[in-house]
Write a protein that binds this ligand. Structure first.
Ligand SMILES: [Zn+2]
Ligand SMILES: [Zn+2]
Length: 380
């Protein structure tokens, strides 16, 4: 007799994080069918973001084993009961999840959902585990997706329908990293044309911020990083100046370049010294955004006379303050216009090469690794 519909599970391949020092393990596991409000996505590509690595390293303590991945892109394979927003065959990006019910969600501030940690980091889902292996629960539904796999269960709240002509492996990082960088500039800092901005750390988030700063018309765009190759890419993508993060006093160099300090700054590194420099490099009434997720307990130092005396604003930002259903289509418009050249910093790796991709990311050999699942036999 066939299994009842509710118990039906599909075999999928996933990269499993077992612990901080263990390499990712590629293994077959079982994914549950979509329930009400959910969507089963055949994943074609998923970017690797620093938050994936921070969780694997237990900088953010989440129970293991777990399937990570939160920049998934793919094609809807099946929808749960009552789902009308997307249908099988639709191409979608997956972004972060949100509850939709709390005061911040109702106010449109989805990145500050009261249940952000539960929904995204812990992957809480009503109706039990999304993924099982050998009969035991496997942490799934990370960021309402767990997309380091051939299939993912997402929700109608975090899938964004996109054109089926778009290259999924290039647009996948729009779901988190690129959205964080561009959104912080466009939605939060909102620089006027002709102003200056310093971006600390020019990985995928920082480069996206630099591209956005160029789009909104900043005339002085300063990239700060410890990796010379990244500074070169940043200049190719619009940075007008490059400052080595290993300089004696990067903030002083920025003050000199800008003749008195930058109007805006952004720290993507979460390194306390860089965060402090991102405050110290500002001119009076400057605004600084902090977007990194360093280990719990990390403190950023700001000198009171600088903070108060210059009338500075320092603001934490999650996911670029973006509502992905509105902001991702805007970024896709920029991509189509050739103003968001994702191909300049995305490099693809097949899912089974995830450990090589992570190693390359950790050693600065790649800016944005994107895993691809096209060639892997899906349903076993
Ligand atoms: Zn909420
Ligand atoms: Zn991320």
């Amino acid at each position: 007799m066939p299994a009842p519909e509710s118990n039906r599970a599909t075999n999928v391949l996933a990269a499993i994080a077992n612990g901080p020092r263990d390499p990712f393990e590629i293994a077959t596991c079982q994914i549950a069918p979509p329930q009400a409000g959910e969507v089963l996505v055949r994943v074609h590509a998923c970017g690797i973001c620093h938050t994936d690595l921070a969780v694997k390293l237990q900088h953010i303590p989440i129970p293991m084993p777990k399937v990570l991945g939160h920049e998934g892109a793919g094609v809807v394979e099946e929808v749960g009961p009552g789902v009308t927003q997307v249908r099988p065959g639709d191409h979608v990006l997956m972004s972060f999840g949100s509850c939709g019910e709390c005061p911040n969600c109702r106010d449109g501030a989805l990145g500050y959902c009261d249940h952000f940690r539960a929904v995204n980091l812990f992957g809480t889902r009503t109706g039990g585990s999304v993924l099982m292996r050998n009969g035991s629960e496997l942490g799934g539904h990370f960021f309402a997706q767990s997309a380091f796999a051939t299939h993912a269960i997402a929700t109608t709240r975090n899938v964004i329908k996109i054109g089926d002509d778009l290259p999924l492996e290039l647009v996948a990082p729009l779901g988190c990293g690129v959205q964080t960088g561009m959104g912080t500039v466009i939605n939060v800092l909102r620089p006027r044309p002709g102003t200056s901005i310093a971006v600390f750390g020019v990985g995928a988030v920082g480069l996206s911020a630099i591209i956005a700063a160029g789009i909104v018309g900043c005339s002085t765009i300063i990239a700060v990083d410890v990796v010379p190759e990244r500074l070169r890419v940043a200049q190719e993508l619009g940075a007008t100046h490059a400052v080595s993060g290993r300089a004696d006093d990067p903030a002083a160099e920025i003050v000199e370049v800008t003749q008195g300090g930058a109007n805006f700054s952004l720290d993507t590194t979460g390194v306390p010294a860089a965060a402090t420099n991102s405050i110290n490099c500002l001119r009076a009434r400057g605004i600084c955004a902090q977007v990194a997720a360093p280990p719990r307990g990390t403190l950023y130092a700001a000198e009171a006379s600088v903070l108060v005396g210059r009338g500075l604003t320092v603001r934490g930002v999650v996911e670029g303050d973006a509502n992905p259903k509105l902001f991702i289509p805007r970024m896709i418009g920029l991509f189509r216009d050739g103003r968001l050249p994702l191909d300049k910093f995305v490099k693809t790796y097949p899912l089974e090469k995830i450990n090589e991709a992570v190693d390359d990311l950790e050693h600065g050999r790649v800016v944005k690794p994107v895993l691809t699942m096209r060639e892997i036999g899906s349903v076993v």
